[in-house]
Design a binder for this molecule. Structure first.
Ligand code: AP5
Ligand code: MG
Length: 190
């Protein structure tokens, strides 16, 4: 099964992906992690994107789309991917549809985590102490939230048309959300 996990910064996409990966033996594809790796490894692409990431804006559709094809084309990951943070624009969703079609795969479920801006700010400031992400400060967190609000609606609409979207209250505890997600995935597997 391929899953998309969707939501604002700090919604718990990464946290819940790790749990889904363990429980359902899937592979996490986090475009944010892939992009941060490029920056960490000081690649040409990393140099190009670091200021965009630190401003809370989105990197171009072409850049992220190039990064994900390697994953989707890998036979070991066929129908075993959780997409964390991709797609984030309608163009990305359409690109994903077309790549999945090429490699004979589908999205089975889109998990949308809802959280308020207040919760986002609190979680991101807590995480900053542990992970030291350069885009984790209050100003950029607000910007990332606004970017999400601006670009998410067409993506959700796209998946709603195929009846794939399940909305989850992301304000609960990590384990409450785990349980809810498991229930949704199990029901979908039938
Ligand atoms: P990305 O890395 O995807 O960041 P994001 O969307 O801002 O989301 P986060 O990773 O901050 O949050 P999360 O939802 O994973 O929450 P987490 O589980 O860590 O993207 C970064 C940047 O890269 C973008 O701004 C953009 O520039 C670029 N980019 C990435 N993908 C792109 C794309 N497709 N197109 C274009 N550009 C792209 O949780 C956060 C914290 O809260 C943790 O400390 C966690 O322990 C805690 N927590 C989680 N759940 C709970 C809970 N239920 N209760 C209490 N605490 C919780
Ligand atoms: Mg994340």
């Amino acid at each position: 099964m391929n899953i998309v996990i969707f939501g604002p910064p700090g919604a718990g996409k990464g946290t819940q992906s790790k749990f889904i990966v363990d429980k359902y033996k899937l592979h996490q594809l986090s475009t944010g992690d892939l992009l941060r790796n490029e920056i960490k490894n000081k690649t040409k692409l990393g140099n190009e994107i670091s200021s965009i990431i630190n401003s809370g804006e989105l990197v171009s559709d072409t850049i992220v789309s190039n990064l994900i094809e390697k994953f989707i084309s890998n036979k070991n990951f066929k129908n075993k991917i959780i997409f964390d943070g991709y797609p984030r624009t309608l163009a990305q969703a359409e690109n994903l549809d077309s790549l999945l079609k090429t490699y004979d795969q589908k999205i089975q479920i889109v998990l949308k985590l809802n959280v308020s801006l207040e919760t986002v700010k609190k979680r991101i400031l807590e995480r900053k102490i542990l992970e030291k992400r350069t885009d984790d400060n209050e100003e950029v967190a607000i910007k990332r939230f606004q970017t999400y609000e601006r670009s998410s609606a067409p993506v959700l609409e796209h998946y709603k048309q195929s009846n794939l979207v399940k909305v989850i209250n992301g304000e609960g505890t990590i384990s409450q959300i785990n349980t809810e997600i498991s229930g949704l995935i199990d029901a979908n597997k039938g």
